[in-house]
Design a protein around this ligand. Structure first.
Ligand SMILES: [Zn+2]
Length: 650
């Protein structure tokens, strides 16, 4: 663009801004009535001052951070429109869009209901005990008004309920149930939690953090959860901004809903909605760090890290969200995978767990990748692009045809980090901070800072894979083009095991359970019996003809409800068949393991299948990573590298 054109456009824009300021149209306003808890229904009144002659409104079909078309419009009903006393006709244009023919400039009022009974963090929920909503589920987008302020008020809250949200209160209306977002994108980036929940606060670098917990058992140790969350937040803020830096938001809210069984989170610009099992909450008087509580801390760490990595640094393609359709990007391996790498790393850096516990978490991720034959089929870049109909629509074939951009993305991060540290030129931490600085330097590529604090919030910074490649080169002093090509766009194995000695660490394979050795995932228990969930490609189970959905009734003529029960007698039978009467081994080592006869129930028919265990076939792998102290002693540099890797960000 030439300089003259720029000047002309700037002039035109300021004229347009002046015009809209002089017209001073009032904000679009949503009045949300939460009183109908028994029908799980929010009643919404949307007021549009000075509507268009043909006013179009629509509900998003997806929510940012959860890459699936969810058709929120299917829960919207009874849409009516009026201007003053005049009822206006509403015409539905498609599954999620409506238009109203207006007369004159009188405010258009739309009334509708939204059914809300999904306990996930992605939509909305309302019952006698609790309420929650994302505005992607409740607030119709007013076409043509997206960039103006949006007001929201809550009415009809049951007695004793409180509200948690990171949205700013409406100017002059502090203390009431009135909020304001600078535009529609901000409106839908602030979920609301309603109810009589537990509430606590802590401060990091002068910034208030609020944590609310719904559904906790009596005896829940809220103080400990606050303390541990604070340590995680301190580590992340130090990571991005150094010892004295401030985060890019004025206030942050964690909304944790606890249920009997559940796990998940969704990141937002100044808050996160989380779901976890209530048994995983810490309990007063119990100082142990259970695996469940560790998983919860990992989730808190993950979503908080996203505040930088995906909510501000974001894929260039997602700078401007299209609420009407899939928004494709090949970069979730970076935004989800690298966030997954740093979520657990922050736990060891903040001192919440020790090295061996951290290695357990890393080995779990490595095992997950190794147990997906699909890693040879799909690259992490493809997995990102396909998130919409593959990662978010998993089925029995998922492990054979896909790889997770979370787990393999985290392993790519680990491989890059260990490679950079081995070469002694820097670390992945420096690469991340380089990208952040790059964004600050050149400003928002997404063309907007609307709704974000102008003081220290860079707004949306769209980055590309080229930016990542350049940051790696700037930090590492050489091109990482080959690594990105093979690790991100290829399907060859990552050199994880080869890199472990860099940090004085070693890898072992744990002995496999029966299902794992046969290449099966099963659901099993005394009531359900043993049901095949997934059959891995080129496994002994696949060769035997097992299918997802098969019920394994018996092994070698014995009824089983847990497959591992059969392991004991299969081992004994194998030993008997390979020893002579004097107990000496007569087994030919090259001979295959003896065949196993399985009795199967498939679609009401009883079948007999012959399974031949094969050491070379695909198996589910469990890896165990350890500190190799003998090696570390012999190689002090490895020990130093490991200490630098795990110490708190400075
Ligand atoms: Zn994530």
């Amino acid at each position: 663009m030439s300089a003259t054109t720029t000047r002309r456009r700037t002039a035109a824009r300021s004229q347009a801004v002046g015009q809209s300021a002089s017209r001073a149209i009032s904000p679009v306003h949503y009045r949300i009535d939460a009183s109908d808890t028994k029908a799980h229904t929010f009643r919404v009144t949307l007021t549009i001052p000075a509507p268009a002659a043909v006013q179009v409104v629509s509900l998003p079909v997806w929510i940012a951070g959860s890459y699936m078309v969810r058709e929120f419009g299917r829960h919207l009903s009874r849409l009516q429109a009026r201007q003053g006393r005049s009822v206006r006709p509403v015409r539905q244009l498609d599954k999620t869009t409506w238009q109203v023919d207006c007369q004159g400039a009188a405010a258009l009022e739309l009334q509708y209901e939204v059914y809300a009974f999904d306990t996930s963090v992605r939509t909305a929920f309302l019952s006698d005990s609790r309420g929650f909503f994302n505005n992607t589920s409740l607030c119709l987008r007013v076409h043509g008004r997206e960039h103006q302020a949006h007001d929201l008020s809550l009415v009809g809250l049951p007695r004793g309920w409180e509200v948690a949200t990171a949205m700013s209160t409406r100017p002059g209306r502090a203390g009431g149930l009135h909020w304001r977002a600078a535009d529609y994108d901000e409106l839908v980036d602030h979920p609301f939690e309603l109810g009589a929940f537990w509430r606590g606060r802590f401060t990091v670098q002068g910034v208030e953090h609020e944590l609310v917990v719904a559904g906790a058992w009596p005896g829940f140790d809220g103080d400990r959860l606050l303390r541990d969350s604070q340590r995680i937040c301190e580590e992340h803020i130090r990571f991005w901004h150094g010892r004295r830096g401030k985060p890019p938001f004025e206030r942050y809210v964690f909304m944790l809903n606890t249920v009997e069984d559940g796990y998940g989170g969704l990141e937002h610009r100044a808050s996160t909605a989380l779901i976890a099992a209530r048994k995983d909450l810490p309990r007063r008087g119990d100082p142990a760090l259970s695996d469940g509580y560790l998983t919860l801390l990992g989730l808190i760490s993950h979503e908080y890290f996203h505040t930088w990595n995906v909510k501000r640094l974001k894929p260039a393609e997602l700078c401007r969200i299209d609420h009407t359709r899939e928004n494709y990007t090949e970069m979730l391996w970076f935004f989800e995978g690298f966030t997954s790498y740093y979520d657990d790393l922050a736990l060891v850096r903040s001192g919440l767990i020790d090295g061996p516990r951290y290695l357990k978490l890393l080995a779990k991720t490595a095992s997950a990748v190794q147990s997906m034959p699909g890693r040879a089929v799909q690259s992490v870049a493809q997995a990102s692009f396909d998130a919409w109909n593959k990662y978010y629509r998993q089925d029995e074939n998922t492990p054979n045809a896909t790889i997770s951009y979370y787990t393999k993305g985290a392993q790519v991060a680990l491989c890059l980090d260990l490679t950079l540290r081995r070469e002694g030129r820097g670390s992945l931490d420096a690469v991340m901070r380089h990208l952040w600085a790059l964004g600050l330097e050149r400003g928002s590529r997404c063309g907007t800072r609307d709704g974000l604090s102008p003081r220290r919030d860079p707004g949306s910074i769209g980055i590309t894979e080229d930016d990542i490649a350049q940051a790696l080169e700037a930090v590492g002093g050489r091109s990482f083009e080959r690594e990105l090509r093979h690790w991100v766009h290829g399907t060859a194995e990552l050199p994880v095991a080869d890199l472990l000695p860099v940090m004085g660490m070693a890898q072992q394979r744990e002995p496999e359970r029966l299902a794992a050795a046969w290449g099966l995932r099963v659901n099993e228990g005394p009531v359900t019996g043993c049901i095949v969930r997934q059959v891995l490609r080129r496994s002994a189970a696949e060769a035997a003809g097992l299918c997802a959905g098969d019920e394994i009734l018996a092994v070698q003529g014995w009824r089983v409800r847990r497959l591992d029960d059969a392991a004991a007698w299969l081992a004994a039978a194998a030993a008997e068949s390979t020893t002579d009467s004097a107990g000496r081994s007569r087994r030919d080592r090259s001979a295959p393991d003896p065949a196993v006869i399985l009795l199967i129930n498939r679609d009401q028919r009883i079948l007999e299948l012959t399974l031949r265990p094969d050491a070379a076939a695909t198996r589910l792998t469990t890896l165990h990573w350890t500190l190799d102290e003998a090696r570390a002693k012999a190689d002090p540099a490895a020990l130093q590298r490991r200490q630098a890797w795990w110490s708190a960000s400075a």
